[in-house]
Design a protein around this ligand. Structure first.
Ligand SMILES: NC(=O)c1ccc[n+]([C@@H]2O[C@H](COP(=O)([O-])OP(=O)(O)OC[C@H]3O[C@@H](n4cnc5c(N)ncnc54)[C@H](OP(=O)(O)O)[C@@H]3O)[C@@H](O)[C@H]2O)c1
Length: 291
């Protein structure tokens, strides 16, 4: 006898972008999971078909018509509400749970589906998915889960992908998205400043600094920020800070100057908390880092 046990839960993905592709692959590759990929529907029918592969259904969103199990809206943030409204007119099982995967959007975007009596939620993967991302991008990552009505099902789904579920309130979800922007997007921006500091080296700067960056990140995750801070601010070395400021002045890079000073002030507040510096040292560095 073939077929799936009745307790198995079909997942339907709407969207065919970066996350949709990686998520579909992660669902299909998850071992021993009771969730399986039932279908992929999107504006771009070729992309939907290529993501669905041979075992799942695919088509245009309007062709979905009915859905059961778990419906995941993997469309651009601005399109979630519009797509939710479109889908709310379909033949939907009353047991259906519908979620989006956006960090920024709230549950209000799924209101058209909630009004139909469906349970709604959000699962936000704390990961960066470039074009062509595959199932590996879901391996061992954290995923925030917000769903007052279907937390168990969504938590089970996240665990089935071997991800770590992080239950959040609406407020925590917004704050976690802010955190993710600092940790990912602005880390990239910081690396752009790093690249601008030095020219003409024999190897790329990102290669030279890779071990330093990795060690710093692992120190922060093992010991926390306070114990991981090293460098001139943590030592109260105002002479070095002055010479850095002079170097940046010569480069005439306003963004670098502003960032050096404002990040320096954050580092100073950490160093001051750990009581490594005398009040006189803190005052002197504060003066140097003033805008
Ligand atoms: N990329 C990341 O790193 C990341 C990380 C965590 C969460 N997310 C979240 O994942 C979701 C999808 O992001 P993504 O990076 O996968 O975006 P993406 O690659 O730009 O894909 C967006 C998808 O939305 C579809 N779409 C856009 N407007 C639509 C509309 N009006 N009606 C129907 N479909 C529409 C697009 O269709 P077309 O192909 O036809 O344009 C495409 O399939 C977003 O909520 C985002 O916040 C992304």
């Amino acid at each position: 006898m073939s077929g799936r046990a009745p307790e198995n839960i079909p997942c339907t993905i709407v969207g065919s972008g970066n996350v949709a592709g990686a998520l579909a692959a992660a669902i299909q590759q998850a071992e021993g999971s009771r969730f399986y990929l039932g279908g992929v529907y999107a504006r771009n029918v070729e992309k939907a078909a290529s993501i669905a592969g041979e075992t799942a259904a695919s088509g245009r969103i309007r062709e979905m018509k009915s859905a059961e199990g778990l419906l995941i809206l993997a469309v651009s943030d601005d399109a979630i509400q519009e797509v939710a409204k479109l889908i709310s007119g379909f033949d939907l099982s009353e047991e259906l749970v519908c979620c989006h995967i956006s960090g920024a959007a709230g549950l209000d975007t799924l209101e058209p589906l909630a009004q139909q009596g469906l349970r709604v939620g959000s699962i936000h993967p704390l990961q960066s998915f470039p074009a062509g991302a595959n199932a590996d991008y879901f391996r061992d990552i954290s995923v925030s889960v917000l769903s007052p009505e279907a937390e168990n099902l969504l938590t089970g789904f996240v665990e089935s992908l071997n991800c770590r579920p992080v239950p959040v309130t609406e407020q925590q979800k917004k704050e976690l998205h802010l955190a993710a922007v600092f940790a990912s997007n602005y880390l990239v921006a910081l690396m752009e400043l790093v690249n601008r500091t030095t020219e003409g080296l024999s190897q790329p700067l990102s290669e030279i600094l890779a071990p330093l960056i990795q060690t710093t990140l692992s120190n922060v995750s093992d010991k926390g920020t306070e114990q991981s801070l090293t460098g001139p601010v943590s030592r109260g070395d105002s002479g070095t800070i002055e010479s850095h400021l002079e170097l940046i002045r010569r480069k005439q890079d306003g963004q670098m100057m502003h960032s050096y000073k404002s990040l320096g002030r954050v580092a100073l507040s950490l160093a001051a908390k750990s009581e490594r510096l005398t009040p006189a040292e803190i005052n002197e560095i504060e003066k140097l880092l003033r805008e």
